[in-house]
Design a protein around this ligand. Structure first.
Ligand SMILES: [Zn+2]
Length: 298
């Protein structure tokens, strides 16, 4: 999994073929994932979550999903003449196993689409060939993550549940529970598909060993919120957000966001999850909230 997106300007090309931008490659993958979701909904006759990787198996020629010890590896896809075997790390949490399996299904869609050719031709203007390889790997993995998100949390279904539950930290927990995904995956998905303006941010302690504050990972924002940027990226231990990291209650506070040339003070609700080294904070900010009040022109 990765929060790193391809630079929007980068293109994926193959000689003699129409160049495909990273955005177009992503759309293509998501479109293929949507077709698979529709196939599954047709097969089972309803669109109720969860959408588990096991259910997609027969549609993508996976003959077995095998839970096994894999060390640091999340999942492995093995190709045989009569189908795929998907090995998944049994030591990981079930929600992580679900995402790992869905990501591997993403790899099947990726190779079905022959997108490998495009990734091989990613142009990166650098003299550092190792960097080019890294960019290609990130490009491929990002595409498979996008497909995985759509398979586990189909856009329309997720949106329906989100609007029923309402935008709140409690809803993130409910959504993660209903769709059998991690809180982090549900948080990222809110950013991607929410119709109501909302900026969901995952905050991680920094430095990891002896945290002196939190650092944000914003991920992809939906079109309506794409312009929003945090004014102060990192927060220190005296901030209200850090209190969310320290205890389990929901914290209400404000944060400054840049929207073009305007700085807005948006209401934020935040809560910490997990323990020890895996502890993190989720915050939701609401650009359209009536409480916003102040809008500061720069
Ligand atoms: Zn992968």
């Amino acid at each position: 999994m990765s929060d790193i997106s391809l630079k929007s300007g980068s293109s994926i090309e193959q000689p003699g073929m129409v160049p495909l931008s990273s955005k177009e490659a992503t759309s293509l993958m998501i479109e293929k994932a949507k077709q698979l979701v529709n196939q599954l909904v047709d097969c089972r006759g309803h669109d109720k979550p969860p959408f588990l990787p096991e259910e997609y198996s027969s549609l993508v020629n996976i003959k077995e999903i095998r839970k096994t010890h894999l060390g640091d590896t999340s999942a492995l896809l093995l190709k045989f003449h009569d189908g795929h075997v998907l090995k998944v790390n049994q030591d990981h949490y079930p929600v992580r196993q679900n995402f790992s399996c869905a990501h591997e299904i993403g790899h099947i869609l990726f190779s079905d689409q022959k997108l490998e050719n495009y990734v091989h031709n990613i142009e990166y203007r650098t003299f550092n060939s190792a960097k080019t390889m890294e960019i290609r790997v990130i490009a491929r993995e990002t595409l498979c993550d996008a497909a995985a998100a759509e398979l586990l949390m189909p856009e329309l279904v997720f949106r329906k549940y989100l609007s029923t539950f309402g935008l709140s930290i409690t809803s993130v927990e409910r959504l993660a529970n209903v769709f059998k995904v991690s809180l982090q995956a549900a948080t990222r998905r809110i950013n991607e598909v929410s119709v109501e303006p909302c900026i969901a941010i995952l905050w991680y302690p920094w430095p990891k060993s002896k945290p002196k504050g939190l650092r944000p990972a914003m991920g992809r924002l939906s079109r309506g919120n794409a312009g929003y940027m945090l004014v102060h990226k990192n927060v220190n231990i005296s901030s209200a957000l850090y209190k969310a990291y320290q205890n389990d209650t929901i914290i209400k506070t404000w944060k400054l966001f840049k929207d073009g040339n305007t700085v807005k003070r948006l209401p934020v609700e935040a809560k910490g999850f997990g323990h020890g080294e895996t502890r993190f904070v989720i915050s939701l900010s609401f650009p359209d909230s009536q409480q916003t009040g102040s809008s500061i022109k720069q």
